[in-house]
Design a protein. Sequence first.
Length: 52
Amino acid sequence: MPESAEVELDVLVLREAAKGDPSEAHVEGEEAPTDHNRPPGRQEASEGGRKR
């Protein structure tokens, strides 16, 4: 699988996770998807750019 296809798949997975239950948004094995333990910029990527 080309790398671009893998990135596209990740984007789709994150988009779906952002639509559903926030507890399901930790696709990459994060313990809890809380704002304070995420590096800057990660929040927007994993939550579809939504602000709380």
